[in-house]
Design a protein. Structure first.
Length: 384
């Protein structure tokens, strides 16, 4: 009973304050990131006087033909009151048209894009740079990472080369190719502004991705297109923009995307490991607030970690003994600083495997082993 009351007290006394603080920090971070300075002497291929070519034109010539336009038609649900009065006429021409980008992974027609580009349909129209239009089948989608894979019936198609998103350096060049605002095969250039941006920082907390941040212009229609390095290798999938981000875009790292696309092509779906908790970071500011509350001071004694606000009923976390008010301080003997650390450990684990945790509970450290389950639905994907 004490722990249940503790969870409620934490939620009512601290939750609202923390959400407001995180929102204000995100707004400040978004407005102050700006554009990191471009190195004064970037190491790039030199331009030639003969044809004005440079590393960007070289990349575009090499990769541009493997970037496609993806168009999806989705039926739109009609308001029941409208249907009542208009009858069958209410359903006529009620189709939502979506446009995005994608790129070709294999010469026999395997294509990757964003799940939100094709969600709600199983057939799409794929247009090559040459103007050739192909019918594409949606092989599988993963809403948790916003990745989808398509198949078109074709051979000898141009393909991209994949890079290593784990070796990105802040400040290195990036090139985005896509179809922003319906303008086919548009090229924009920028740099890597940052790596490891959490889904919460990006503004889409229901995703399980640590994003690449770039200032290469990414607009509606760029979704699903490639983010490239100066060598023309795909390092990410352009996926998210923020209306108030002042030109900042975000991309799914290609190593994350490859892991997901391999599963989608093999089985048509992705099963994500599931723990079943809702958490907030135990920051110095939060600790200071807890210290002022006599009823909480002796309950939350850890100095850092992920504070468990809620345990999902019948989840692996509940079965394994995690309780509201616990602070997750270690997983697999590695220190935990934030909920994102927990998310990454869970996502890197396997369903059915035991995850070793250390939690701080009322001044004592307890060791737990949690057997991870299968993430039940996309609506619960934020509950790690």
């Amino acid at each position: 009973m004490i722990l249940v009351v503790l969870g409620a007290e934490i939620g009512t006394r601290i939750g609202t304050h923390l959400r407001e603080r995180e929102q204000s920090q995100l707004a400040l971070q978004t407005s102050t990131i700006g554009h990191p300075p471009i190195p004064s002497q970037p190491i790039i291929p030199s331009a030639t006087d003969r044809d004005n070519s440079n590393f960007i034109t070289t990349v575009v010539a090499k990769v541009g033909t493997a970037v496609v336009k993806v168009e999806a038609d989705r039926p739109v649900s009609q308001n029941p009151l409208v249907e009542k009065f208009l009858g069958n006429l209410a359903n006529e021409d009620r189709v939502e048209k979506g446009t995005g980008s994608g790129f070709i992974l294999s010469a026999d027609g395997k294509i990757v894009t964003n799940s939100h580009v094709v969600d709600g349909t199983d057939r799409v129209k794929v247009t090559l740079k040459s103007g050739q239009v192909l019918e594409g089948k949606v092989v599988g989608i993963d809403r948790v990472t916003d990745i989808a894979v398509l198949q078109v019936n074709a051979q000898n198609l141009p393909t991209v080369k994949l890079g290593d998103s784990d070796r990105l350096v802040q400040g290195e060049w990036t090139i985005a190719i896509g179809n922003p605002l319906g303008l086919d095969n548009t090229v924009t250039v920028g740099i890597i502004s940052a790596t490891g941006r959490t889904s919460t920082q990006v503004g889409i907390p229901d995703k399980r991705v640590n994003f690449i941040q770039t200032d290469a212009a990414i607009n509606p229609g760029n979704s699903g297109g490639p983010l490239l390095n100066a060598s023309g290798e795909v390092i990410g999938i352009n996926t998210a923009i923020r209306a108030n981000a002042q030109g900042l875009g975000f991309a799914i790292p290609i190593l994350t995307a490859t892991r997901i696309t391999n599963q989608l092509f093999a089985t048509g779906k992705v099963l994500h490991p599931y723990l079943g908790v809702q958490m907030i970071p135990l920051t110095a500011e939060l600790k200071a607030g807890i210290a002022k509350e006599p009823s909480l001071r002796s309950k939350v004694t850890a100095q850092r970690g992920a504070l468990v606000m809620k345990v999902i009923p019948h989840s692996p976390a509940e079965t394994g003994g995690i309780r509201p008010g616990d602070v997750i301080i270690k997983i697999a003997n590695r220190s935990i600083d934030s909920p994102n650390d927990v998310q990454q450990h869970v996502e890197a684990s396997k369903i059915g495997r035991s995850l070793k945790l250390e939690v701080s509970r009322e001044g004592r450290v307890r060791s737990l082993e949690i057997e991870l389950g299968i993430s039940p639905t996309i609506t619960e994907s934020a509950e790690k």
